[in-house]
Write a protein that binds this ligand. Structure first.
Ligand SMILES: Cc1ncc(COP(=O)(O)O)c(C=O)c1O
Length: 471
């Protein structure tokens, strides 16, 4: 999609509420900061967006390399998806979830039929709003299916959301510290983050090492998770992100989940795959778990289903876990679950994905972007690691030794990028970066899947300019 020429600039209002300083004062007085990450001391206001770009009130353009944390995979104001929303707005924008509308049923069927083709498993789709809420629903589903077992495994570096249940299975204690415990926290297992793993092991060897460490827990009852007399684990499920998102776009070795799944199957533990950030072709497949040769028992999705136009999320689960006898009406409910606007856009997204070859284009663009990052790494020793799968790319920022995490440098780069004053070929640009990783020193790059090669070239030039400015 072209950069918007049709961006409408709002004229100053008489009451001054669109004057930035006035708005900032209102924000400081009246907005909770608790519902944001407020990563910067003075967050930036944006006015409009189109394609890969956001624009501020002065009309400065910012190339976005994080696309609303990967919720806007198909470009800001993607016309096809935005039109689906408008059409639904004109026809049936509201309907209570106890009634049916065509879009909900068709969307559920498309997702379930796709999974049935790929994983040879029948199942059903269940909707909610927001990723964390879908994770909550999956916890209920898994607890119910395992007759009330409430303990879960999850990975170090994993992120599943910030509601009470979801933060209990998210690795950071920081998200739980002030709130006490509502549900049991997960047992966190080492993830094969090879760049910071033990020296002298290949990526595959490290993956196997992590699985062996996990399997060790089941060797005897004295390791705390397994009763060999009745062959039962105390744990219901293992929650995984196939590629860690907030953890820094860490790609595990290809054999990892096959080996892990063997241990889970031997011990009756369900595999719950969180595709909220990596789903919808971010990695070049509809579901990122497709790269790894295993079948999920439950799959949770959100974000890019509606390209960020509606907070629709949901889950797919195997028929045995979710059939109406096992998981009856009212097991979870939210007024806006399966809302007509969201399901209409989600349906259009799935149709669009079926009609075009996103797999080839994302893998091609991802390889091109990664090549650019590798070139950049040759020029900047501060780039310790670059890696990626499709258009989920990582660039780990370090000291000049290429290893010690350098969070301060990345913070400076992110802040400078938002000034919007990088001069290139006679134009001014800004750059929007997301910061992630175990040490908050990783640029987690999630550009629009519609990004052009020239925009990727621009991204590399802008990153280079930020290094020149900040190192
Ligand atoms: C892997 C993963 N799971 C769950 C969530 C939570 O989703 P939401 O922020 O929509 O509640 C996120 C959000 O970033 C995520 O990346």
């Amino acid at each position: 999609m072209a950069v918007a020429d049709d961006v409408v600039q709002e004229p100053p209002r008489a009451d001054g509420t669109n004057d930035e300083r006035a708005l900032r004062r209102l924000e400081e007085a009246y907005c909770s900061f608790g519902d944001t990450v407020h990563y910067l001391s003075s967050p930036k206001f944006f006015e409009t967006c189109a394609g890969s770009f956001m624009f501020d009130a002065e009309g400065r353009r910012f190339l976005d390399l994080q696309m609303w944390y990967s919720a806007v995979n198909f470009g800001y104001r993607n016309p096809r998806l935005a039109n689906a929303l408008v059409r639904q707005l004109d026809r049936l924008p509201q309907a209570a979830s106890q009634y049916l509308h065509r879009e909900k049923v068709e969307l559920a069927a498309l997702i379930a039929q796709d999974i049935e083709r790929k994983f040879a498993r029948k199942g059903r789709v269940h909707f909610n709003v927001g990723g964390s809420q879908a994770v909550e629903d999956s916890l209920k589903l898994v607890r119910n299916a395992s007759h009330g077992k409430s303990l879960m495994f999850a990975f170090e570096g994993g992120y599943h959301g910030r509601t009470l249940g979801a933060s209990a299975i998210t690795s950071s204690y920081r998200y739980r510290r002030r709130f006490g415990h509502f549900g049991e926290r997960a047992q966190f297992i080492e993830f094969p983050y090879h760049f910071r793993g033990p020296k002298g092991m290949s990526k595959e060897e490290y993956g196997l090492h992590c699985v062996r460490q996990f399997a060790r827990l089941f060797e005897t009852e004295y390791n705390g998770v397994w009763d060999p007399k009745v062959a039962q684990s105390e744990y219901a499920a293992f929650y995984v992100e196939p590629i860690q998102g907030t953890g820094g776009y860490v790609v595990p070795p290809r054999n990892f989940f096959i080996e892990l799944k063997k241990v889970l199957d031997e011990h009756g533990i369900l595999l719950v795959v969180d595709e909220i950030q990596m789903g919808f072709y971010r990695t070049g497949k509809l579901w990122s778990i497709e790269h790894f040769g295993v079948q999920p028992d439950v799959l949770v999705f959100g974000k890019a289903l509606t390209n960020g136009l509606n907070p629709l999320s949901g889950l797919w689960a195997r028929e045995e876990l979710i059939n109406p006898q096992t998981f009856p009406p009212g097991s979870t409910h939210s007024t806006f679950a399966a809302n007509p606007l969201g399901t209409a856009v989600g349906l259009e997204t799935l149709k669009m994905l079926a009609e075009s070859d996103y797999e080839s284009s994302v893998l091609r663009k991802g390889a091109y972007f990664l090549e650019g990052l590798k070139d950049l790494q040759k020029r900047w020793p501060q780039i310790g690691d670059v890696d990626g799968l499709g258009l989920a790319l990582r660039c780990e920022i370090c000291e000049a030794d290429g290893f010690a995490p350098n969070r301060a440098l990345l913070d400076r780069m992110a802040e400078e990028g938002l000034k919007g004053n990088i001069e290139l070929d006679g134009q001014q640009y800004g750059l929007i970066l997301d910061v992630g990783g175990y040490h908050k020193n990783v640029i987690t790059l999630a550009p629009s899947l519609e990004i052009s090669e020239s925009e990727i070239d621009l991204a590399i030039k802008l990153l280079d300019a930020l290094f020149r400015r900040c190192v």
